[in-house]
Design a protein around this ligand. Structure first.
Ligand SMILES: *Cc1c(COP(=O)(O)O)cnc(C)c1O
Length: 459
């Protein structure tokens, strides 16, 4: 056994010595399935004990064993300004003292809606409590407005755990989706068509055959849930135009990218000449609280209850504390904030790539602006130089990632515990945090270099 900063390293290569977290995890497993409330938190992709977090400040997390980590998960995106930002804490404290939920409209939700409408191409938004609820509602609205049933999605894109969107492609192009999990009836996915991402021909062929029955195409504005896979050659614009030509709606899911990749999300990056019919937001816009939204063209949104016939509702929708947190998060996100985010992300991408190159670890840093992830490439895979779709993403070397992850964790850097997740920085990832990452990288790159390259390229 070698001894790392965070305790002994086992024969498998990852530290098991997190006794307080391990105890809490064992207790949690008794009362919660897998001990966690969202699967990836359980560390199944990397093994070892998930760290129980007790507090967080700026770019750092502290776990129940008293160790601190530079946080490169940032609650999977929301914490754009790091943890416990003083302005956010003040605003939320005041909101709490004014009562936490009224079930009636407030000025804060109106102002957050105005802010979102001002920064994005949507005319109106409706608030919900999670990204899942946002995409579920957007799809219902698209089907209700078009009076069509078929939904097109892309393999590897994640839109929350909506039944119709938990579909896996059958073989070949334009096959109807099969449920991706037990518990989803075939009837929920038989109206879902799953296509390869970035594949214009597949989209064109599908519309040629089924165009008159397609209600909508939904895509992540930049897929970030199979690792980061950038859209190639204005793929989003192509989808928008194809939908429009066939009377289908284009839903751009910006739950991850919205207000993170730019002030105006990925739409602000993609440019002009088209706009999505519907968009979904979450993560950053909730400032770390459960808030999300879907929005779009006024005439589409007018079809929603109470003015229109399509039903959608929520007891805690537009929760006043969440709205105040979201407002604070977005108001702090000025041009300078995005300069800092872009700079921190670019610096991190460079550092990781240099360390891996130095250790002769084949890899691809796959980025779209400040959103990025790192794919480890298997030894015998000589052709993987970029990642275009889910088939490419699954070629990654999960075992190498696992060894890299645990070496980083041991050295005090908390990465997303799966090679299929984006890495997130914040505006407060400063020199000190970066230096700690820089200090951790050579050892982690060494661990990856000496790991056996293996074949389990699956989540
Ligand atoms: C996180 C995410 C969702 C789901 O949001 P939840 O709040 O976890 O339900 C949907 N779409 C995308 C692109 C996401 O990244």
């Amino acid at each position: 056994m070698a001894l790392g900063q965070n305790g002994p390293v086992t024969a498998q290569g990852y530290p098991q010595y997190a006794p307080v977290s391990a105890g809490l995890y064992a207790r949690a497993r008794m009362v919660t399935p897998g001990g966690v409330n969202s699967p990836v938190r359980a560390f199944h992709a990397v093994g070892g004990v998930p760290r129980f977090i007790t507090s967080a400040q700026g770019p750092y997390l502290t776990d129940a064993d008293g160790r601190t980590y530079v946080d490169l998960v940032c609650s999977w995106g929301p914490m754009l300004h790091g943890h416990a930002h003083p302005h956010l804490v003040d605003e939320v404290a005041r909101a709490l003292a004014a009562g936490t939920s009224y079930g009636a409209p407030t000025r804060a939700e109106l102002e957050l809606a105005e802010l979102i409408v001002g920064r994005t191409p949507v005319d109106q938004v409706r608030f919900v409590s999670s990204g899942t609820e946002a995409t579920m509602s957007a799809i219902r609205l698209a089907r209700g407005v078009t009076r069509r049933d078929l939904v097109v999605k892309f393999a590897g894109c994640y839109h929350g755990h909506v039944d119709a969107l938990l579909a896996e492609a059958g073989s070949g192009v334009a096959t109807f989706g099969l449920p991706g999990t037990p518990g989803v009836p075939a009837s929920a996915t038989e109206s879902t068509l799953v296509l390869p991402y970035n594949d214009r021909e597949a989209v064109a062929a599908t519309f040629a055959e089924h165009g008159h029955r397609i209600a909508c195409v939904i895509t992540e504005a930049v897929p970030g849930n199979m690792g980061v896979v950038p859209p190639v050659d204005d793929f989003n614009g192509f989808l928008a135009k194809t939908c429009s030509a066939h009377g289908a709606l284009f839903i751009s899911d910006e739950v991850m990218t919205g207000f993170r990749v730019s002030r105006r999300g990925q739409y602000g990056v993609d440019g002009a000449g088209w706009r999505p019919d519907l968009m979904t937001f979450g993560k950053v816009m909730g400032g770390g609280f459960p808030a999300a939204a879907f929005g779009g063209r006024a005439e589409i949104m007018a079809e929603l209850a109470p003015d229109g016939p399509i039903y959608q509702a929520g007891t805690l929708s537009g929760n006043p504390v969440a709205m105040i947190a979201g407002l604070a998060n977005l108001r702090l996100a000025d041009h300078m904030a995005y300069d800092r985010l872009d700079e921190a992300s670019a610096r991190l991408q460079r550092m990781v790539s240099e360390a891996l190159t130095e250790a002769s670890v084949p890899h691809v840093v796959s980025a779209a602006g400040n959103l990025f992830s790192v794919f480890f490439v298997k030894d015998d895979d000589t052709t993987m130089t970029s990642v275009r779709d889910f088939t490419d993403a699954r070629r990654q070397d999960s075992h190498r990632f696992k060894m890299f992850f645990h070496a980083m964790l041991q050295a005090g850097v908390y990465l997303p515990p799966s090679g299929y997740e984006a890495w997130f920085v914040s505006t407060v990832h400063d020199d000190q945090a970066m230096e700690r990452i820089a200090a951790a990288l050579p050892g982690a790159a060494w661990a990856a270099a000496h790991a056996r390259s293996d074949g389990e390229g699956k989540r």
